[in-house]
Structure formats: C-alpha cells, structure tokens
Write a protein that binds this ligand. Structure first.
Ligand code: NAP
Length: 271
C-alpha cells in the first residue's frame, strides 16, 4: 500500500488529535509532536485503535515547538523513520487571555514563541525537503482571533495574525515549488485548551466570543481535511468564521459597535 506521511505538531490533543485520527483512519502514517510524554503515549494508544492496517506507523516525538533545536531534532527523527511528509500541520498553540494591563510581558513573549515562532521553526525544517521533492502541503492553524483583534486577546491575537501573515507570504513564494499552503481560522472549539481558556477569559471576552458559537474538534478537523484535499488556502470552519474570513475588513466597524455593546453589557452585569 502506497500510503502518505503526515506530521502534526500539537497532535496529542484537541484539533491536532482530531486531524490525526482522520488521517490514521484513512491509512496514513503519522508523526505527532508535543511536550508531554504521557499525553503523547495516550494519544498513540488511542490512534493505534483507529488504524486500518497492522503495518501502519504512528510515531511520537517530544519537543517544545518554541525551541528551534528541539523541533528541528523531532522533525529530523520523524523523516528518518517515516520519510519526507506529504503534509505538515502546525497545530501546537497556546492561549493566555486577560486584560492587557494584567498580562505580564512574559505571556506576550510566550505566545509569540509558541504560536508564531513554533510555526516558523517547523515549516523552516520541512520546507526545503518538500521543495526538493517539488511537492508538499503545509497547514497552519491560526484562529478567528487572527482575523480580527478581540477584546482580552492582546497577546494571543497578534501571535495568530502573525501566522496568517506568514502563510500569505509563503503561499506566494511556495507555489512555483509545488508546495501548497493552507491557513485555518477555527472558531471556539471544544478542546482542553478551551476549557482552560474559559477560566481565564475576561467577562467581556466571554460575551463577545459566545456569539461565534462552539464547534467540536471532530467537526473542525473534518472541514480542515476537506479543505486540504481541495487545496484551499483559507479554511474557515463554521458559518461565523466563513463570514469573518470573507468580510472581516468590511464589517470591522459594525463588529466594533457590537463589541462595545457587549463590553457595556458586561460592565452592567459584573458589579
Ligand atoms: N480550541 C479553540 O477554541 C481554538 C480556537 C481557535 C484556534 N485554536 C488553535 O488551534 C490549535 C490547537 O488548539 P487546541 O484547542 O486543540 O489545544 P489543545 O487541546 O490544548 O492541544 C494543544 C496541543 O499543542 C501541544 N502544545 C502546546 N504547546 C506546545 C509547545 N510549546 N510545544 C509543543 N507542543 C505544544 C499540546 O501538547 P503538550 O501540552 O503536551 O505540549 C497539545 O498537543 C492551537 O494553535 C490553538 O491556538 C484553538
């Protein structure tokens, strides 16, 4: 069987794990990269149960994507074991919501390091290999907060805007080499990250993001996989993200009024 290989950073949980499950069910070999060894081992056990062929390979690698050395090392090991991947998905990410005045500067540094530089390091390690093959697909997970700046996300939104800017430039530069790029803007998605986020979100942010709805990780993953197979550059799971993806600059003044209304409402309810 001539199966492909997909590498997923952040593949041990949430959206990354849901994408991994779909590829494993379709018979692909898989590499997942994350920090926590136990969670990686648990994800591997779970994914092995989904595999369709006993010879299918699922490998795990421990790395912090914000360490260039660690991610380069993990990708090198993965390629040595399972060959150059057809697809790289960068899903590893972190969110620390909070009022600007209460977020320590280290949290801004952390979100840029994991969400943006973690994406760049992984892509930098894989892109030369895909270019030499003249084939490959790189999928970066941004966020709805990477389309518009949202109250309470002064650290997170810019890190996801940066991913979007990076994807736009790379799309233009990679096309002649046969490398396709996709950038994904998920809405709130039911994952361990969202559970943690809910604890920290300012009340205003909760009111604003509630209007975008919540999707399951599996539904988001299905839309991402369909987008990949159709070579879509922009992938927007759900209705609200699709509207935002098309119209975010045009409807920005309207959205601002809506945000201001929610912020006033929050001031009235939290007293
Ligand atoms: N859930 C949402 O509502 C939502 C909405 C929009 C966008 N997103 C984006 O979607 C992506 C996936 O989020 P999720 O909700 O699926 O989160 P999740 O369930 O918390 O999973 C995050 C994954 O990333 C890994 N990870 C986190 N920091 C890492 C680091 N420094 N180095 C290596 N791996 C790291 C985690 O494993 P370890 O902790 O073991 O490293 C885990 O495998 C993120 O980029 C997130 O910003 C999520």
């Amino acid at each position: 069987m001539n199966r492909g290989h997909v590498i997923i950073t952040g593949g041990s949980s949430g959206i990354g794990l849901a994408i991994a499950r779909h590829y494993v069910k379709a018979g692909w070999n898989l590499s997942i990269i994350a920090r926590n060894k136990d969670r990686l081992a648990g994800a591997k056990q779970y994914l092995l149960k989904q595999s369709t062929d006993p010879s299918q390979r699922i490998e795990t690698f421990t790395a912090d994507v914000s360490s260039r050395f660690q991610i380069e090392n993990a990708i090198e090991q993965s390629v040595n074991l399972l060959d150059i991947p057809q697809i790289l998905v960068t899903s590893a990410g972190t969110v620390i919501p909070g009022y600007f005045h209460s977020l320590p500067v280290e949290m801004f540094e952390k979100m840029i390091a994991v969400n943006y530089l973690g994406t760049v390091y992984a892509v930098k390690a894989i892109e030369p290999m895909m270019r030499s093959k003249g084939n490959g697909h790189i999928v970066m997970i941004s966020s709805g907060a990477g389309l518009i700046g949202i109250y309470g996300y002064s650290g997170y939104s810019p890190s996801k805007f940066a991913v979007r800017g990076f994807a736009e430039v790379l799309q233009a530069e990679s096309e002649p080499y046969g490398i396709r790029i996709s950038v994904v803007f998920p809405p709130d998605t039911e994952t361990p990250q969202l559970v943690e986020e809910r604890r920290l979100k300012p009340h205003e942010t909760t009111l604003i993001t509630k209007s975008g709805g919540v999707m399951s990780a599996d539904d988001v993953a299905k839309i991402i996989i369909m987008g990949i197979s159709r070579n879509k550059f922009i992938i927007t799971p759900g209705y609200s993200m699709t509207v935002l993806g098309w119209l975010h600059s045009l409807i920005r003044p309207l959205l601002n009024s809506w945000f201001k209304f929610q912020i006033k409402r929050s001031a009235k309810t939290v007293k």
